[in-house]
Design a binder for this molecule. Sequence first.
Ligand code: ASP
Length: 318
Amino acid sequence: MPSSLSHHHTPFAIAIHGGAGTILPEHMSAELQAVIEQDLSNAVNAGHTVLAQGGLAVDAVAAAVKVLEDSPHFNAGKGSVLTHKEMVEMDACIMDGSDSAAGAVACVRHIKNPISLAYDVMRHSSHVLLIGDGAEEFAFERGYDFTEQDYFFTDRRYDQLMAIKEQGGVALSEATYPDDHKHGTVGAVALDKHGNLAAATSTGGITNKKYGRVGDSPIVGAGTFAENGNVALSATGVGEYFLRKAVTADIAARMRYLKEDVATACQSIIQGELKHIGGEGGVIAVDAQGRVHFELNSSGMYRASMDSRGALEVKIYA
Ligand code: ASP
């Protein structure tokens, strides 16, 4: 906590991502790029506003992720990828580094903003992770609306599913499809003026998933992690790899025990161990001093950040 005698500027920062994968300039039209950049800057602004007013990091990441869930251009909320059965099944997680509280939901089908539900699981249940029908029952008891599958559905995701079904297998929302739109899972990390760190991640998962498959995004320490005094992290990429390497927990542990800085710790895992087992993707991070770091081993990751001075940065390619 900053000393009340100090007149030093209190740092705060927010960073967001909109998914990683095969994102190549030759596949992107100028119009689409402009729309995506606008969504990213709206999301970062929503979080930044919370922080600038002295709000909490956990509220800032929830606000930023909600904007991206509402955009059809990302693989979360509206615009989520489709399962083998042509449905949307979404996962989300939020973590507050101030007390290590966390809330998550997996496999929800009728909740407009899974990140809001994850936040309510954290605040209003004695659990961390609720899934499927049970998670929705909890939501409806709390007054959430039932949102029809039609709301989430986009033609683009349907075309992607058809293409993947032809090829067989599953794919990241940003894999190379016969489709020029590549957008993914969303996440946010923030440091507030009080020194709190928080992280949030929301996703539709991977195209053509089956059997109630759940990835890393809603799992604390895999896709999402926050620890005050250390770091907040949100991941995107092929969940099966991030789960097995406990990616965000491991990056935080390297910083905590090896005293690596945020850039070194992220690099070690994303360009090292994760890549060695074939894991494609990246992470966004903010440390306790407000240093933002983006690390990716794929060709692109939608990302943006804003610091206490209000300096906005939006990037797509590696
Ligand atoms: N990590 C997500 C998952 O495996 C997918 C993504 O990041 O696009 O569910």
